[in-house]
Ligand binder design. Sequence first.
Ligand code: ATP
Ligand code: MN
Length: 155
Amino acid sequence: MYEHILIPTDGSDTANVAVDHAVELAAKYGAQLHALYVVDVNAVNFGLGTEQVDRIRQGNFGEMTELKEKADEATDAVVAAAADRDVEVREEVRVGTPHDVIAGYADNNDIDLVVMGSHGRSGVRRALLGSVTERVLRSTHVPVLVVDEHEETEA
Ligand code: ATP
Ligand code: MN
């Protein structure tokens, strides 16, 4: 039932709590984990030009080492969490609009389950769910497990 589990991560604390759940499930079901970080082309403060976006799409971050480091840090945290658990992790860094890329990835890579945080880096809890999670829920038919950062302490 669960062979491929997708964990979209922005490297936030909440996403990392979701990572622990994803690793646990992957270990239990013998599933492969897909750790996906999306470089958000729409983030205003990136101000990326189309040429830069094209280069990054091809994995060439050029001068934008900070962007690359942030991405690697997020997916490396999944590898670290899965270490010693005999869980295979595929690290993916993509460029685009986060929810589109996440839903597209889920639909095109035989993903059986998406595990993600209720919130992310913005940390603003003005809404029940962060916008990326809300939009992923609306745009994929793959089941999504939404993990709240505080669920462990509230239990
Ligand atoms: P908002 O971005 O709407 O201001 P937020 O940052 O609190 O609010 P989201 O961005 O929706 O909330 O984050 C919820 C979850 O979505 C994260 O825990 C993570 O699992 C996933 N996510 C968010 N951004 C990305 C991204 N760029 N790449 C991969 N996964 C992401
Ligand atoms: Mn966010």
